[in-house]
Write a protein that binds this ligand. Sequence first.
Ligand SMILES: NC(=O)c1ccc[n+]([C@@H]2O[C@H](COP(=O)([O-])OP(=O)(O)OC[C@H]3O[C@@H](n4cnc5c(N)ncnc54)[C@H](OP(=O)(O)O)[C@@H]3O)[C@@H](O)[C@H]2O)c1
Ligand SMILES: [Zn+2]
Length: 342
Amino acid sequence: MKAAIFRQHGPIENLEYTDMPAPALGPHDVLIRVRAVALNHLDLFVRQGIPGINLNFPHIGGSDIAGEVEALGAAVEGWREGQRVVVNPSLWCGVCEFCVAGEESLCVKYQIIGEHTTGGMAEYIVVPSANLFRIPDDYPFEPAAAAPLVYMTAWRALITQGRLRAGQTVLILGAGGGVASAAIQIARLAGAKVYAASRDGAKRERARELGADEVLDSTADFAKELRAMTNRRGVDVVLENVGEVTWARALRSVAKGGYVVVYGATSGPHVQMDLRPLFWNQYHILGATMSNRQEFNTVMHLVFWERKLQPVVDRVLPLAEIQAAHRALEDGEQFGKIVLTP
Ligand SMILES: NC(=O)c1ccc[n+]([C@@H]2O[C@H](COP(=O)([O-])OP(=O)(O)OC[C@H]3O[C@@H](n4cnc5c(N)ncnc54)[C@H](OP(=O)(O)O)[C@@H]3O)[C@@H](O)[C@H]2O)c1
Ligand SMILES: [Zn+2]
């Protein structure tokens, strides 16, 4: 099968579009014919190398997969060949205390398809049947592939960890990002007032079209502007993922008793903070990673069966153009998701 691979960590030039053996099917697995696969910032980090994660080379990345069921393992029930699906990118053990509690993204053996294991940047992938989510027959594969990872992450970050409710206010940083553009829609659906910050004027306009009530320049003192816009109060929830370059301003943006939810650190992970505003203003700082199965099913249902959330596709490229896709994401050109078709 054709696949996008890299044989060692490093720059974009390490990516190759080449032939690889088709994956083997286990009894509880399903072979998926990949029709579209979306890129995440994670794919860039995995190519560059993540401390503590040792890959089997050559590695196939790709966590966001939409396709058709091609073949079923001997023990798989409830699925038929030809059904259209997206894949839950989480891998969990099912027996640790966190899995038993229904918190799969806290699993002690938690992994992500395409990060720790072989991903979907290929014509075929094998995944556990428990990871399949059925999508409607008329739902195109390209926007479908743009949905799983970003909506599950944004849902858990905003709704579960951030406890966002109707009537509240939220600041979403890096508005052009895949997760951030999903978060803008979820926050609107939840009935919140959305402030979105981006480095780029055109992206700020896109954020407004997507549902942001107010937009801010993330290269300026957006905390000061936000305080001016909110009668010095700040917002109930701040969605932080840019990291080092925005952290200090993110903390100055949260209201007393509010939530700063961190799901990424794109610009760098090492930050400093003054503890005094934390205890005086009694705000919360929480992490969020991916989601549990229930959150995944809830938000996928809203995307695919209720159609209340529309995946934002920046562009669709053939998988052979994997280098151009990584470059566009690395340069931050995109608004929403870059999707590849094998
Ligand atoms: N914990 C989890 O489960 C989880 C899940 C998904 C993603 N993540 C992490 O969350 C982050 C975002 O992921 P993604 O896939 O949505 O990424 P993405 O599509 O590449 O978006 C990242 C956005 O952050 C902003 N940004 C990046 N570098 C910046 C800088 N130096 N200064 C200011 N703004 C900057 C840009 O927004 P503007 O151009 O609009 O300013 C960019 O579009 C990544 O670090 C990723 O690893 C974590
Ligand atoms: Zn577990």
